[in-house]
Design a protein around this ligand. Sequence first.
Ligand code: CU
Length: 126
Amino acid sequence: MAALLVSVPAASAQARVIEITADSDSRYKIAGQRTPEITVKAGEQIVLRVTAHRGKSWNRDGSIHGFTLLRAKDRTRVEGWDLLFKPGKQEFVLTAPTEPGEYVVVCTVICSEDHEGMHMKFTVLP
Ligand SMILES: [Cu+2]
């Protein structure tokens, strides 16, 4: 867990905010998107603003969903993008990967029997 849980520091004031919901039905959701998808610019700083709702099961440490970024081509993890969500609202200040391409977000918490379906496309533009 390299990511920082923060309470809106001044340094992140200009960073673009991306709002997602990690929902009780084991799905990521983004308002206005039928199929949720995140697109960022390489190296861009973003604030990930998350609302998380508990599914049918969760981790013993209280984490209810995960958010881990993998490179689509080889499913390797991107450093600093291995997040765990607690119930309710939380924010993470993150730096987008510097390598443009296709990535995928996966949930790492067994949040229901449909947990395997909890993933989302993530694109890094040059
Ligand atoms: Cu989940």
